[in-house]
Design a binder for this molecule. Sequence first.
Ligand code: LMR
Length: 395
Amino acid sequence: MFNNLTELPTDPILGLAAAFRADERVNKVDLSVGVFKNEKGETPIFEAVKKAEAYRVETETTKAYIGMTGQDGYNSLLLAEALGASHPVIAEGRVASTLTPGGCGALHMIAQMIKRSNAKAKVWVSDPTWANHIPLIGGVGIEIETYPYFDRATHGVNFDAMLSQLNKLGADDIVLLHACCHNPTGADLSEAQWDQLAESAAKNGWIPFIDSAYQGLGTSLEADGYGMRTMAKAVPQMFLALSCSKNFGLYRDRVGLAAVITDKTNVNAVLSHVKVVGRGIWSMPPAHGGAIVEKILSTPTLRDSWVSELEDICSTVNTNRQLLAQALTGAGIPGDFGYLTENQGMFSFLDLSKDQINRLREEHAVYIVGSGRINIAGAHKGNVDLIAEAIKAVF
Ligand code: LMR
């Protein structure tokens, strides 16, 4: 039966990360997968995570299954971090949520919930969006459309075009928005723009689906949550996918949360479907990562430590942005790189052709995703000049 299958190209992000690992050149530079790295190229475990894990190893008494939607402590603490503990949707008991294996599990769970709630629903994604959004959401048979987002000339958001498209949508339209640190462009919405989007959703009836994978890595936990909080106050229904991969550094432990915000009257019905969907995909959610996050968020000293470590990472990424912009300008590469310091989070685009990107990899061991997306965390004071010289050499 497998004779029908032909070999597929490697994943555009993970395939490149694997090629980087296999590259034996000493001065190689990895600007591919969205993982934080320090100047030694390491992705350290948060101290707060280490301590929470030590506590767990000492105190865990069973490996029996946890509940179908995870541990209530984890769900409510993480939701409070995203939306604010006193958010009306929490106070009014309007959220049905489940722990998921990573943010990807949350995205796929929500896609299934959309499909079973409204067979006519379409999901609108930004142009461009994270490549894996398409299979995770479209894979359940939902039609996907794109709305204008990125302005290639300014490397910012083409907000007028975006809003004008979204103003034409209605109740069968679900709009996927990146809470902050837009992947792959780094171009984020301002607070005033979030306000306008919330007004559009409330007026036209389209349903926001917010993917939050980088809260705390753009400006701060509070500022990066503005869009989620504002939108959840403005509309009766909303989807929220949270990931703990980047902001807790729990990448390989796969920890996320899917939340459906709805009316108080049908929250139990929605939750019953969330349980059935989860049972049909992963049966029972994993316990480990959620328990670590729960311990951190429920212990003031650990939470303080986590917040301060996250702030350090955020500030390192922002410093890397400045260093790279200076190095590119200093090397005399044509273009204005000011946008690198205006974009937020781990990613930005470099305006490079496919040929230049291939030559950077083959001739200079600098790994950039084929779209031109770079992971800013991989560019630091120890290698920005090398990166700039390599880019200059392919111009
Ligand atoms: C990325 O965009 O590089 C990360 O979100 C990792 C991934 O799974 O693609």
